[in-house]
Ligand binder design. Structure first.
Ligand SMILES: Nc1ncnc2c1ncn2[C@@H]1O[C@H](COP(=O)(O)OP(=O)(O)O)[C@@H](O)[C@H]1O
Ligand SMILES: [Mg+2]
Length: 300
């Protein structure tokens, strides 16, 4: 039985279809990447798994049970850090640990929090507030906070998209190392095929919306640990990347061909700046195309 199971899940907002017939199975301990364009419905998909949204149709199951709401079995990391600004790194993580383990002793909680701060290399910044941290450091706190709750599955919604390329690469390596050490089930949402291929066991493209759905999965059979420099020269890596990008671009082109829109131009003619402005009852106003009278003049 798969650990996470989505069967024909669909979601619309106000009649507008965002996700349609999503089918996804994720096994325990697996790292799955879902790659899609911006606006395709990636956050909607992760929110359905998180239990923050309910599907309109289909069934979402975790560990054999229907998902009815959020729970501590799912740790979520969002793109926008979502830390409490008035709490330090230590306190932000402690809050999560206390919520999940209210009966632990203060010493036990402290030790646990310190362990996860160390795991993301933030011990020197443990007493800093979010505004004193760089984007990469804030995102590390979010990752540590999610892991500290010891969830069964980590849901990562474009956790690295807002970061510069170098910080992004460092954090990708950190996520990879943490996953190898903890073997949590991970669903990573990303807009970067390379990121998905570097980190995941399988990569699945999400077609562009409306009515986005998952495309064919590709098993990433590259050996681990993966070295980002070496992987760039791997023919298999290039092949997978080519397949993913080709599928995504095709899904986008199909959409564009399917939509026909009538273009309605405004009823205003561009102004000729070389001529003095036309004055009508003391006020300049634009010339409307509908007011222009056509006249045929014969030239001898
Ligand atoms: N709560 C909501 N109400 C209405 N529309 C929404 C809501 N959430 C998302 N959408 C729409 O659904 C589409 C997909 O959004 P989202 O899942 O955030 O995309 P992504 O994360 O891939 O960028 C967008 O067109 C967005 O405007
Ligand atoms: Mg999103």
């Amino acid at each position: 039985m798969p650990y996470l199971e989505l069967n024909n899940v669909s979601k619309s907002f106000g009649g507008a279809s965002v996700l349609k017939d999503i089918n996804l199975n994720v096994e325990q301990g697996e790292f799955v990447a879902i790659v899609g364009f911006s606006g395709a419905g990636k956050t909607t998909l992760i929110s359905l798994i998180a239990g923050l949204l309910k599907p309109d149709a289909g069934l979402a199951k975790l560990n054999g049970l229907p998902i009815t709401g959020p729970g501590p079995d799912r740790g979520i990391v969002f793109q926008n850090y979502s830390l409490l600004p008035w709490l330090s790194v230590f306190e932000n993580i402690l809050l999560a640990v206390e919520a999940v383990n209210p009966n632990w002793s203060p010493a036990q909680k402290r030790e646990h929090v310190e362990k996860y701060i160390a795991m993301v290399n933030l011990t020197p910044a443990r007493d800093k507030k979010p505004h004193e941290l760089s984007g990469g450091m804030r995102q590390r706190v979010s990752v540590a906070r999610a892991l500290s709750m010891d969830p069964q599955i980590l849901l990562l919604d474009e956790p690295l998209s807002a970061l510069d390329a170098l910080t992004r690469a460092t954090l990708q390596d950190e996520i990879s190392r943490i996953w190898l050490e903890n073997k949590k089930t991970v669903v990573l949402i990303t807009n970067d095929p390379d990121e998905g291929i570097l980190l995941a066991d399988r990569i699945i493209p999400l077609t562009s919306g409306p009515g986005a759905t998952l495309g064919p999965e590709i098993v990433i059979d590259l050996p681990r640990p993966r070295d980002r420099k070496a992987i760039n020269h791997s023919d298999r890596f290039k092949e997978i990347r080519k397949q993913v990008i080709a599928f995504m671009l095709d899904s986008k082109i199909d959409r564009h061909n399917a939509v026909t829109r009538k273009l309605i131009l405004p009823d205003i003619e561009p102004e000729d700046l070389d001529r003095p402005p036309r004055i009508h009852s003391g006020k300049a106003r634009p010339i409307r195309s509908s007011e222009i009278k056509s006249e045929t003049v014969e030239v001898a």
